[in-house]
Design a protein around this ligand. Structure first.
Ligand code: GCO
Length: 470
């Protein structure tokens, strides 16, 4: 096993996100985000935990970079807190202290030979923009474009990899569909599609601004981030289950990938939502229609594929769903489950099926032909305080082996892997009850002391050997 090496084109890293690790929520001119508002209202997050201090990376970023350097990684994916740069979201007021924080972080990384991969938006929308409708307001695309321009201008000379929006599918579903994430809106049948529509338009705007105004001088790459599981048909020999699996791909990663990589929504999504909307009594489809001009503007707005992959599920065909209320789940018309033999993490949605990542990488390569793929998130959760995290090592070993096989045996061009996550951090609605870090953080200690878990020691050896080690 140890003879099989990750090629020179491949770089290891870790990932994190501003609201989950930074803290310093009201320091140095940072504005209020929808997550500040959400967590400060009791009942939204387990134990009413907040990201006010989180892992305190706003103050401890040098220590974090020293850990990255010790691990030997070459990529660090982090996100910019929009309200740190533009306190109310608009370019009317730029907060230089916020820009300086990220400039200092980037300098520290580069002094240690680590390249930044920057996410412009990982869910901490300025509250002022939410007050104007957030991701349901079509003008969000213009606000996002203005924000992106400010960031490209300030940080772009030092950055080669940009991710515009992290997992719009999650933020639209959880934030505007189910209401379990900020801003806490439950508008399942229409909210998700409207949010998806505006997220894609905003991404395209940020991509085109880079292409037109910065690409020549800065030479970086930009893309949208998309999460996907691998979906197995329940019964391999059933063409209906196969259809259900295809449909699940189209309704999930496809909803976001298809407009960007191929142009327009997937046809099956257009057809099914139109059909169900009609049965529900609508005179139009709940899925917003892209104009031809929009389709052309959005199509091709990628320079690589940024993939978050955690798990797999099993899909069964059904068409029995009643027309009771407009929901996306019913539009999709499938029943999903998992294999009882798959190990379960501390997060109920996250089970381990290592071969799934290899199938998914091949699927993405074939279906979207992105040229280059970076796995921007992959990781495992355990209970607080667990330093002997054997289940995480087992998961990572399985997933990384399959990624290696996809690269070496199948020829999929995966050039980077940023493990989720470097540090234990604020896991959204779950607060601090589920820990994704390979480095433990003591949240009861004002110092937020960092301690290596076994998985960090193991990952360090993998990075050094450029191979799967025991
Ligand atoms: C994501 C989330 C991360 C989560 C991670 C574990 O991009 O999926 O942004 O922030 O913490 O996925 O649930």
């Amino acid at each position: 096993l140890a003879d099989k090496k990750f090629p020179d084109t491949f770089r290891f890293g870790t990932a994190g996100a501003s609201y989950q690790i930074e803290g310093g929520w009201n320091e140095d001119g940072r504005g209020v985000s929808i997550w500040d508002t959400f967590v400060h209202t009791p009942g939204h997050v387990k134990n009413n935990a907040t990201g006010d201090v989180a892992s305190d990376s706003y103050h401890k970023y040098k220590e974090d970079v020293a850990i990255l350097a010790d691990l030997g990684v070459k990529l660090y994916r982090f996100s910019i807190a929009w309200p740190r740069i533009l306190p109310d979201g608009t370019p009317y007021k730029v907060n230089q202290a916020g820009i300086d924080y990220y400039l200092n972080l980037i300098k520290e990384l580069q002094a240690n030979g680590i390249e930044p991969v920057i996410t412009l938006y990982h869910w901490d929308l300025p509250q002022h923009l939410e007050d104007l409708g957030g991701w349901l307001n079509p003008q969000i695309a213009d606000y996002f474009g203005d924000y992106a321009r400010v960031v490209y201008k300030a940080l772009g000379p030092y950055v080669k990899y940009w991710v515009t929006i992290n997992e719009p599918g999650t933020t639209c579903t959880c934030g505007y569909g189910q209401g379990i994430h900020a801003p806490g809106k439950s508008l399942v049948g229409d909210g998700i599609y409207t949010c998806a529509y505006n997220s894609i338009r905003a991404h395209a705007k940020a991509y085109r601004i880079y292409e037109e105004e910065f690409k020549k001088t800065q030479g970086g790459k930009v893309t949208l981030n998309i999460a996907s599981s691998w979906y197995y048909p329940k019964d391999n020999s059933s063409s209906l289950d196969q259809l259900a699996a295809d449909r699940t791909f189209e309704f999930n990663p496809g909803l976001y990938a298809n407009p960007v990589f191929k142009g327009n929504w997937p046809q099956i999504v257009i057809d099914r939502v139109a059909n169900r909307s009609k049965l529900e009594g609508y005179s139009f489809s709940r899925l917003p229609v892209f104009t031809q001009e929009e389709i052309d503007y959005i199509n091709g707005t990628f320079d690589f594929f940024a993939l978050n992959i955690y798990t797999s599920s099993i899909v069964e065909y059904t068409d029995e769903w009643p027309i009771s209320q407009p929901t996306v789940w019913l539009d999709q018309g499938t029943i999903t489950s998992v294999d009882p033999s798959w190990p379960v993490s501390e997060s109920s949605w996250l089970t381990s099926d290592p071969p799934g990542v290899r199938y998914l990488l091949n699927y993405i390569q074939e279906k979207y032909n992105p040229g280059e793929i970076i796995i921007t998130e992959n990781g495992w959760s355990t209970v607080p305080g667990e330093l002997t995290d054997t289940s995480r090592v087992a998961y990572l070993k399985g997933y990384l082996s399959n990624i290696l096989d996809a690269i070496v045996d199948d020829g999929v061009n995966v050039t980077g892997y940023t493990l989720w996550s470097l540090l234990d951090n604020f896991e959204w609605a779950e607060g601090y009850t589920q820990r994704f870090g390979i480095i433990s953080v003591d949240f009861d200690d004002a110092n937020r002391t960092r301690t290596y878990k076994d998985s960090a020691k193991w990952y360090k050896r993998v990075v050094e050997a450029r191979a799967i080690v025991d």
